[in-house]
Design a protein around this ligand. Structure first.
Ligand SMILES: Nc1ncnc2c1ncn2[C@@H]1O[C@H](COP(=O)(O)OP(=O)(O)O)[C@@H](O)[C@H]1O
Ligand SMILES: [Mg+2]
Length: 361
């Protein structure tokens, strides 16, 4: 069972649209798909034709009580052929309060336990539509997930928020010792505007292999389908929005979760990856990571770290394996993104701030 969380702390970037229409497209291809709506706004529930106010039970019952996880099946509704929904409701906004006194581990693994309790083989795909913040509910989704899709809107893209999100995901996966394959999906793309075209190029440059080839174009039919409570493929199968989500489904089907470590480009045989060692010295920092285009800007992903002392100063040693090429990177020092103070090679990033440059010959 592949469990895919659709995550971005920003609202309006296409999380719900991606969840519902990717689910619809996967189901149309014959897969058994469950959409889990964990946004108290219940937009996915509505977009799948279900009025959350008319339900007696929703995902809150599953997450709020210790034995709730055993009852997930009881709240699941069939909303299409091969397509089921675990609905949400506004009551879910009270969950954080309700679970405030429980241990962190206990309250963040409720959803994961509920999915584990489903009968073997019930679904090939579970898609989790997350709320627009990184709180308890999103943590539950990330713990339950094997994969993450981050929708990025090409009309209002800002790198900073995505860096923060990737950092949070990296920290969380490290803490719980569980790897997630993270991919980026560009959405709301209007190819007529230069801004959108430039942004798409920048996103591809920054996230490289993490990007889906598919781009979800701006298409009013997507909004109409949501209002009519159906995946777009069921209503307007020839609309761009249906074609784009069908293409996305094909990409998702073709690419099972990646291996845990970021796979570096192999490079031609005569140019094998080299071990590159960089050092960051600081007397006050507690946590230093490195992120760059070589690891999809996920701090310390695929990097070996050592810490040494030079008197009062601590030295963070980062060991990278990189094929020949030119790379951009920054350090993340106690959560703050900084250029390398010992490297004079610095360029302005296309999306704001300054990156250090590393050339591997
Ligand atoms: N590709 C698109 N083309 C046109 N409208 C879209 C597209 N993607 C999303 N929308 C609309 O934009 C709004 C926000 O999208 P939504 O998926 O709800 O974002 P989120 O879940 O991240 O808040 C919704 O009204 C949705 O119908
Ligand atoms: Mg939403």
């Amino acid at each position: 069972m592949r469990v895919i969380a659709i995550v971005n702390q920003k609202g309006g970037c296409g999380k719900t649209t991606t969840t519902v229409n990717l689910a619809g497209a996967l189901a149309a291809d014959g897969a058994r798909v469950l959409v889990v709506d964990i946004d108290p706004q219940a937009h996915a529930t509505l977009a799948l034709g279900t009025d959350p106010d008319k339900l007696d039970e929703n995902i809150y019952e599953i997450l709020a009580e210790p034995d709730g996880s055993e009852h997930l099946q009881q709240i699941i509704l069939e909303v299409g052929e091969g397509l089921d929904l675990a609905p949400s409701g506004i009551v879910l906004s009270a969950l954080e309060q309700k679970l405030a006194s429980e241990r962190v581990n206990e309250r963040t693994e409720r959803l994961s336990a509920a999915l584990d309790a489903l009968p073997e083989g019930a679904y090939e795909y579970v898609l989790i539509d997350c709320p627009p913040n990184v709180g308890l509910l999103t943590f539950n989704a990330l713990r339950a997930a094997t994969e993450v899709i981050i929708p990025l809107e090409t009309s209002r893209f800002a790198i900073h928020g995505v860096e923060k999100l990737l950092e949070t995901i990296a920290l969380l996966t490290e803490r719980i010792g569980h790897d997630l394959s993270v991919r980026v999906l560009t959405t709301l793309y209007d190819g007529r505007t230069r801004f959108a075209r430039t942004t798409l190029a920048e996103i591809r440059e920054i996230f490289k292999d993490m990007c889906f080839d598919t781009v979800i174009r701006l298409n009013v039919k997507l909004r109409e389908a949501a209002a009519r409570g159906k995946p777009i493929g069921n209503l307007s199968p020839s609309a761009n929005g249906a074609l784009d989500h069908a293409a996305l489904a094909v990409e998702v089907e073709a690419s099972p979760p990646m291996e845990s470590e970021v796979s570096l480009p192999a490079g031609p045989a005569e140019h094998p990856p080299r071990e590159i060692v960089v050092r960051f010295r600081d007397a006050n920092a507690n946590d230093v990571r490195i992120a760059g285009d070589f690891n999809g800007w996920v701090p310390d992903k695929g990097v070996r770290s050592l810490i040494e002392s030079e008197g009062q100063t601590r030295v963070w040693i980062k060991i990278l394996r990189l094929p020949p090429g030119t790379y951009q990177y920054r350090y993340v020092v106690d959560g703050e993104w900084r250029e390398d103070p010992e490297n004079p090679e610095i360029i302005s990033s296309t999306v704001g701030g300054r990156n250090s440059v590393l050339v591997v010959s």
